[in-house]
Design a protein around this ligand. Structure first.
Ligand code: HEC
Ligand code: HEC
Length: 395
């Protein structure tokens, strides 16, 4: 996340960090929200205009009760405000500082309306909702990205040379699949068998991953990850300014960056907890609701079943399983904000056998501001890992 000039601990934790998506169940670093299974969609009135958003889930405060100066996002669950800001950021190619005041002494003053960009953005949100309501029957067809395309100032003149957009997937009605499976249940059963089966997976109680991550700036950093069943995690990365660790011991989540260390709470804690869940891969059918086969597509040259599933009121995933091997080769997470969807795509490659189960040795994650590949050189299972390495280090 581009929290330039930021200093708060939340921002430090989020900025420029990655949570490597080892299993299907946790993903890009912006998957930082609780599961709101209970929430339901409703129309919220907004200065006589209707804005389709979600009602706060049980026990959650609306944005206006948590933040100081909410005018357009009244009624939005507070935890949805930051993903919405990231949607704006990604759509306009903007930084928080383009719309928000940063004081040298006091830090961020997000509630201040001093910057014209913020006032303009409010007007834009109203305009966009107007267009969708009056011209697209209330469907979210036009978003900030439709006009802005990653630029603060939308282009009015077509570019001189338009390069074809890189298509990620090619849909093909006529793709022939031998022994074609017809239900999500069968596809998941095939996947579980392909990775070694639930029994073999459950015999594994700890994992150590060693490798390196190549980020969007072309920098390579070593990474070591320790995982212990059912829910312990330690990730250690090395970047230009030193060592960075994040851990969860089943109870407390923490980070340590150079001399700084702190507990992690809220959405960031949920992110860590999610990442720490050891048996996610074999609980795929429990974590998602409404799993359904939606298409057969070509992903990077391989034919795959596209299975859609719902994780929460705001998170919907597409999972791509290779029709031949049965393995999960891609996952796209969609994070629905009131302005549009954010997406993070994770590709899993180079599955190899580790003590009887198949684990991908290459994980590539691409999001609106992430593009990184982690290559593991060594993954070992069931070696002795002391429990206390997952605890927050003593100061
Ligand atoms: C293009 C302009 C724009 C950008 C870029 C932007 N915001 Fe905002 N932000 C807004 C607007 C507009 C509001 C007020 C929403 C309302 O009135 O309901 C807001 C409100 C907020 C608030 C609530 C403040 C309060 O107490 O009322 C926070 C926090 C916030 N933004 C954080 C961020 C962060 C973090 C980023 C960068 C990731 C960011 N914003 C990027 C336009 C922007
Ligand atoms: C229908 C097209 C369209 C949509 C949708 C749209 N914008 Fe804009 N936006 C424009 C145009 C055109 C301009 C430049 C003209 C102007 O500044 O009035 C602009 C300007 C802006 C600016 C000021 C840029 C500057 O240089 O000062 C901000 C901030 C902005 N838009 C935010 C948003 C946000 C946030 C959204 C989504 C909620 C959004 N826009 C959706 C067309 C659009």
């Amino acid at each position: 996340m581009v929290y330039k000039k930021s200093s708060g601990k939340l921002f430090l934790f989020l900025s420029g960090l990655l949570i490597i998506s080892l299993s299907y169940g946790f993903g890009g670093k912006n998957l930082n929200e609780l599961k709101h299974k209970e929430s339901s969609k409703e129309n919220l009135s907004l200065k006589n205009k209707t804005l389709k958003i979600y009602s706060p889930s049980v026990g959650e405060k609306p944005a206006e009760e948590v933040y100081k100066n909410i005018k357009v996002f009244k009624g939005l669950p507070a935890s949805r405000l930051l993903p919405t800001m990231h949607f704006i950021e990604a759509s306009l190619g903007a930084d928080c500082g383009d719309c928000h005041v940063h004081d040298k002494v006091k830090g961020w003053e997000f509630d201040s309306d001093a910057k014209p960009g913020k006032k303009k953005a409010r007007k834009m949100i109203e305009m966009m909702n107007d267009i969708n309501e009056h011209h697209f029957m209330g469907h979210q067809e036009v978003t900030c990205y439709t006009c802005h395309r990653g630029k603060f100032n939308p282009q009015t003149v077509p570019a001189l040379l338009t390069l074809p957009l890189k298509t990620e997937e090619r849909k093909d009605e006529d793709i022939k699949v031998a022994n074609r499976l017809n239900t999500a249940g069968d596809i998941i059963a095939k996947y579980l068998k392909a990775i070694g089966g639930k029994d073999a997976y459950q015999k594994i109680t700890s994992l150590k991953f060693e490798g390196s991550t190549l980020n969007e700036e072309g920098k390579e950093m070593p990474v070591t990850i320790y995982q212990k069943a059912p829910d312990k995690l330690l990730m250690v990365t090395q970047n230009h300014w030193g060592e960075l660790s994040r851990g969860y011991n089943g109870e407390i989540g923490w980070f340590k960056a150079g001399q700084r260390e702190d507990k992690v709470d809220g959405d960031n804690l949920n992110l860590l907890k999610d990442a720490a869940e050891f048996y996610k891969n074999i609980n795929i059918d429990k974590d998602y609701s409404n799993l359904r086969l939606s298409d057969i597509v070509v992903v990077d040259g391989d034919t795959a079943y596209e299975v859609k599933g719902t994780l929460s009121a705001y998170l919907n995933d597409k999972l791509y399983f290779d029709v031949n091997t049965g393995l999960l080769i891609r996952r796209i997470e969609y994070d629905n904000t009131p302005l549009g969807n954010l997406q993070v795509q994770t590709d899993y490659k180079d599955y190899r056998n580790v003590d009887g189960v198949l684990i991908p040795f290459t994980v590539h994650t691409a999001g609106y501001e992430t593009n990184q590949t982690t290559n593991f050189t060594n993954i070992t299972a069931n070696r002795e890992i002391a429990d206390n390495i997952f605890d927050m280090p003593a100061k």
